[in-house]
Design a protein around this ligand. Structure first.
Ligand SMILES: Nc1ncnc2c1ncn2[C@@H]1O[C@H](COP(=O)(O)OP(=O)(O)OP(=O)(O)O)[C@@H](O)[C@H]1O
Length: 474
């Protein structure tokens, strides 16, 4: 059958999509246009020189593999670069990237999910060299930043990775909200085990794929082969088990696989978007087994962890970002790590496409499209709100007459910051704190300054608050 460039590129994209993050896929692969396929040379068009360089630096081995997969050892990839965007006379410039023959072991360990799905349990005696663990090698412990938000899950994961099947953490169940690093962590476990024990059958599978494979095996009368395949696995990592909800037959099959693996001392690692007790539509006997080992949650990362994640990503991409920009991003994107990564990628892309250094101005512009409520100015309202939240007192109490100690402290701190970060006069500050006079403000500022000099714990609190204001005030 003669292949055309669109089909070939489409097939390549299917594999690429499964192996990189969604945001990276959207940014770096969706804009590519397949142009031609002749003599086993696939030509793709990329929007700029920078784009081409980025692909080459970050994705060249992936591209080589997919091209090899589609076109064989003679296959080659060529980039056509739009030299001057927006100019009608722009000429494509062609860069050749010969795809070298990749050793078959590498290709097999990377074989696309499609082929795994098509015939996942082809042979009962799996050839270890041909077994595809479905692991993304970029997910490691080394690039998984530890913080209060993930300490238990990470330590348990690390223990399991070093002694699979022999700790009491079997199964290990990691749960948490969207984009908090569940997949990264469990794949890091798989990669670590694989690195230390190349002969172990480590398998990562999403629950969705597990369900699809099972349905397929029912259709094709291959249920026994399906079961046999999973019973051979040494370390089963199954992602998003909430997806099994309501699928009774699949749950029954999973129950048998689980029991067999567990009894044989094989390690099971699972993720879910909620704790087992909140998993609806799952059989009780399965839920009770989920609780046999250890259940550990992932929380949203705090400010310091977000800073460390950005620093690590930048370091591994060899990109420098000024500290104030890192602080700004870490402060502004506090939802989840995936979103944080998305912002970083678009910031880097904008900096390169516009040939501008990454600075605060660019970061603010980049974030505008993504985050709606970034406050750019430190005003009195913001200070009062932030300080009240920090000291866990009500906003109204800052303006009220009450003399309770914790409220007085919060009020004095808020006045201190109002003096430091706004242009309000002492009189105006007093007015906004329930009509107090300017001498009360002077006294508050002085008290806070004295405490900073004499009380270490208090000083640390002030510094923590300061970070929030500094980032916004720049
Ligand atoms: N602690 C961390 N250190 C470094 N990178 C992290 C950390 N946590 C998450 N990430 C990164 O954030 C992105 C999203 O993580 P991941 O896909 O593992 O989240 P998830 O919890 O599985 O999300 P979902 O619920 O959508 O399946 C990944 O690129 C991952 O590398």
């Amino acid at each position: 059958m003669v292949k055309d460039c669109t089909t070939v590129w489409h097939n390549c994209l299917q594999v690429i999509k499964d192996n990189i993050g969604e945001q990276s896929y959207k940014t770096w692969f969706e804009p590519i246009v397949p142009l031609s396929l002749a003599n086993n040379v696939l030509t793709i068009q990329v929007p700029s020189q920078f784009f081409y360089e980025w692909l080459e630096e970050h994705y060249v081995s992936l591209l080589k593999k997919v091209v090899f997969q589609e076109l064989g050892s003679e296959g080659r990839l060529e980039y056509s670069i739009i030299v001057d965007q927006g100019n009608d006379h722009s000429k494509p410039q062609t860069v050749n990237i010969p795809t070298k023959k990749v050793p078959s072991a590498v290709v097999n360990s990377y074989s696309p999910e499609r082929s795994f799905l098509k015939n996942p349990f082809e042979s009962k005696a799996i050839d270890r060299h041909f077994f595809n663990s479905q692991l993304n090698q970029s997910y490691t412990f080394e690039n998984y930043i530890e913080g209060d938000c993930n300490r238990l899950a990470r330590s348990a994961g690390y223990a399991v990775a070093n002694k699979p099947g022999t700790t009491s953490f079997n199964p290990l169940m990691v749960y948490g909200g969207v984009g908090l690093g569940k997949t990264h962590l469990v794949q890091a476990i798989g990669n670590h085990i694989k690195g230390n024990n190349p002969d172990k059958f480590v398998l990562y599978v999403s629950s969705e794929k597990f369900v699809n494979q099972f349905i397929e095996s029912l259709k094709t009368n291959n249920v026994q082969d399906f079961a046999n395949f999973y019973l051979l696995v040494d370390i089963l990592i199954i992602d998003d088990v909430q997806f099994l909800s309501g699928k009774e037959k699949t749950q029954e099959m999973f129950f048998h696989i689980f029991n067999h693996l567990h009894q044989s001392g094989k390690q099971i690692v699972m993720t879910s978007d909620c704790p087992p007790r909140d998993l609806k539509g799952l059989e009780e006997r399965l839920l009770s087994r989920f609780k046999w080992g250890l259940t550990a949650d992932l929380q949203s990362p705090d400010f310091e962890t977000r800073m460390a994640i950005i620093q690590k990503k930048m370091q591994s991409d060899g990109i420098h970002i000024p500290d104030n920009v890192i602080e700004y991003l870490a402060y502004s994107v506090d939802t989840n790590v995936r979103e944080l990564e998305g912002v970083l990628i678009s910031l880097i892309a904008q900096s390169s496409l516009n040939r501008k250094e990454i600075d605060l101005e660019l970061a603010k512009a980049a974030l505008k499209h993504i985050i709606e409520d970034v406050e750019t100015e430190v005003n009195l309202d913001f200070i009062q709100k932030t300080v009240a939240e920090y000291f866990q007192v009500s906003l109204d109490s800052l303006k009220a007459k009450t003399r309770k100690k914790e409220i007085v402290t919060a009020r004095q701190v808020a006045m201190y910051f109002a003096k430091e970060y706004t242009s309000h006069s002492l009189k105006s500050i007093g007015y906004h704190f329930g009509g107090r006079d300017h001498s009360t403000v002077i006294h508050s500022v002085q008290t806070v300054s004295d405490l900073i000099d004499t009380d270490k714990k208090f000083k640390a609190s002030i510094q923590e608050l300061q970070k929030k204001f500094k980032v916004k005030a720049v």
